[in-house]
Write a protein that binds this ligand. Sequence first.
Ligand SMILES: [Zn+2]
Length: 276
Amino acid sequence: MPRNLVVMILDSCRYDSFIRAKAKNFRRLGEVEQRWSYASWTAPSHYSYLMGLVPHRSPQHVYASEVYKKDFSSWVDRLDIPDLGFNKFIPQLSLAKVLSDHGYICRAKVSMPVLNGFTLLNKFFADYKLMSNHNDFAGMVKEIEFTGDKPYFYFLNLGETHYPYMLDGSKMPHISGVHGAVKQLAASGDGGGRIAKEDEFFDSDALRELHEQQIRCVDYVDEVFGTLIDKAPPDTYFVVMADHGEAFGEGGYFGHGPVMHEKVFEVPFVEGLRPS
Ligand SMILES: [Zn+2]
């Protein structure tokens, strides 16, 4: 039977947040790499991942379009299915379609409403669910099963690392600075099109605290990931990454999306077979 596949996207998780977290379970998969997202926000980034792409390495001195083809062909090694080359992705360009054709049961569980099942993204999945709570990776893990004689493909979008970083109803400590930062953002809209200087636009202490909170969220998710490792059969392949990063005041930006800044495209990437 082919390997199971679990693709996990830690929404908005910065590369440096991942690196600064202990993330002891994620690190059991392999070396955490610095990579680059194809998009600066959730929907187009997930679309590119659902095509079968992963964050790129931004290689130099190569013809860029050749990089895609190689990326698609990486599934041959990941899943140990020799005929899973680029040509198998044509014409639908959908990982779920290719894996369904290989007998996989394809299930998606997403946290961000922008990825809901009425969008184009759910195509070719046997089951596609928007979780009722943004921060419910633990609930996803409970629902995940590997029963029967068919391999599974789970596509998971996690909201815990997305702003406001599990501040509501979670076991995380309340961070008072968040609301200060948001208030300052609102107050800076003076309607005159004035571009605020970084210092007056942001409360840098609050942004630093938000960054720290994202790091804590990585470790929370990592802890839950430990239970998923325990639950998964030995022949399960994991791909863990972010859809984009987040600006915490760099260049005068907070957030992601309509932001052209390196920190919004820089993402963590780690993959590997289920650690024993
Ligand atoms: Zn996102």
